[in-house]
Design a protein around this ligand. Sequence first.
Ligand code: FES
Length: 165
Amino acid sequence: MDPKRRVVNYALLGLVGTGGYVTTGWVFKSLEPPLKAQLNAATLIDTSTLKLNEISFLSWQKKPLFVLKQDSNLPIDRKRSFQIGSYFYTIMIGICTHLGCIPKYEASLQRFVCPCHNGIFSLHGNPISGPVTKPLEIPPFLVEKDTILVGQAGEIYKKLVGIKK
Ligand code: FES
C-alpha cells in the first residue's frame, strides 16, 4: 500500500477509535440516574427533629417509614436498633410482611396492629401474633453524624441485616 495512503488510513482509524471511546463514555454517563433522581429516591432524617420515645411517621420512595428514637426508658432491641450519640434508633418500612397492608401504631400499647388480618408487631417491628412471621423490613440507610439517609446501604445497616462486607 502507498505509504501516504497508509498514514491517512491510520489517522482515520485513530479518529474513529477516539470517537467511539467518547461516544461510549457519553452513553454510559447518560445511563446513570441523574443526581436529582438519586436524591429524590432518598429520605434525609435529621435525628434532632425526632421526638424521643415516640414513633415518627415519615416516608421513603412513597412507602411509609416508622422511625423510633429512644433512650433506655424503653426496652432496647439491639438486633434492630443502632446508636447515635446517647439515643437508639429503629427504622422500619411500615408495610405488613404478611400481605402488605399498613399497620397502625397503638401508642398506649406500644405496638403496631395490622388492620387486614390483625397481625401484631412490637415497638421494634418484631412479629408478636397473628399471621405475621417476619419482622417489618429495615430499609437501607446510611448514618452521617446526626443524620440518617434512607435509601443507601451503609455499614450499620449491613451489620444489622447481616450483610457481610
Ligand atoms: S396483611 Fe397484615 S396481617 Fe395480613
